[in-house]
Write a protein that binds this ligand. Sequence first.
Ligand SMILES: Nc1ncnc2c1ncn2[C@@H]1O[C@H](COP(=O)(O)OP(=O)(O)OP(=O)(O)O)[C@@H](O)[C@H]1O
Ligand SMILES: [Mg+2]
Length: 227
Amino acid sequence: MLIFSAVSAGYGGVPVLKDISFSVADGEAVAIFGHNGAGKTTLMRCAVGDVAEMTGTVSYRGDAIVPGAVFRNTRRGIGFVPQGHNVFRELSVRQNLTISGLHHPESKVEDIYKLFPILLERGGQAAGSLSGGQQQILALGMALMTKPTILLLDEPSTGLAPIIVRDVMASLTKINRETGTTVVIVEQNIPATLAIVSRAIVVKSGRVVFDGPSKELERKEDLWGLF
Ligand SMILES: Nc1ncnc2c1ncn2[C@@H]1O[C@H](COP(=O)(O)OP(=O)(O)OP(=O)(O)O)[C@@H](O)[C@H]1O
Ligand SMILES: [Mg+2]
């Protein structure tokens, strides 16, 4: 279980997250929605200990997430796909995947190729020369190479063509259902995301204003203007 308990966080003394509490059970698929600047990325970064100015506690599977110790925190099975394209641009697709799996000898690049055939097709190409969408898929593949028990994804569909968005969302569902990997996904693409999660959290100006079944959110039209 991932637990946020009374978490507040900010930058340079400016508050961004204000008293955030929620938890995500193992195996769940949860979406986080909110307007630009609401604090979604900050929330994701708190989950891996990447925000120094944080009060309250975050824990994963019973252990506290220590602010500043990102590497140690993520070694506990947290796969983080940050917003934007985080790949080693000069290295090939295959090298990017291999490096990501260095601490996980059981990870096979071929398994990622099966999931995303485009990465096999581009295996020898420098990651920096992939299209934006392909880099996004590579970043997801790299996170999967770390054999995560929970996947945190910050706007994975940005810049992807609708058909690729469908592929990525379908892959996430497959990963969630077949391996029991917990999925927490920040997205702007609400319809595509609601189709793959059972629960949604809406953040407004750093506070949780909705946390409930996605079906319920579909009925709460007053919240839609927020994202
Ligand atoms: N490193 C930083 N230094 C200073 N301010 C920051 C930093 N990162 C984010 N902020 C500010 O914190 C607020 C929340 O940003 P955050 O990136 O968490 O929002 P978001 O909900 O992810 O937005 P978006 O949908 O645009 O990605 C914004 O006002 C932003 O300008
Ligand atoms: Mg963001």
